[in-house]
Design a protein around this ligand. Structure first.
Ligand SMILES: [Cu+2]
Length: 94
């Protein structure tokens, strides 16, 4: 789905959790874009961020489920998994 916001069409991106890691290490997006976080592993993940530009906690969810976050402020956001501390990726919102 595309929604017009000024001259820029808002986009949706996807960062899966697979093999106990995020499928993207870094993702550059624009303010207003959405990122979905599908779980493709056979176990639970819990995607969250404590970065001031976007604080969220999606809770734990299983394979086949996905949750979405709209990034409404510019900044660099470190996304982590509460269950697997080694899982980490960055979203740069411009
Ligand atoms: Cu995890």
């Amino acid at each position: 789905m595309l929604v017009c916001s000024g001259l820029y069409a808002v986009k949706e991106f996807s960062v899966a959790q697979k093999n106990k890691s995020f499928t993207e290490k870094t993702l550059s997006i624009h303010v207003g874009d959405t990122v979905s976080f599908p779980n493709e592993d056979d176990f639970f993940h819990n995607v969250y961020s404590l970065s001031p530009a976007k604080i969220f906690d999606l809770g734990s969810y299983k394979k086949g489920e996905t949750k979405k976050v709209v990034f409404d402020k510019p900044g660099t956001i470190t996304v982590q998994c509460a269950i697997h501390p080694e899982m980490k990726m960055e979203i740069i919102v411009k």
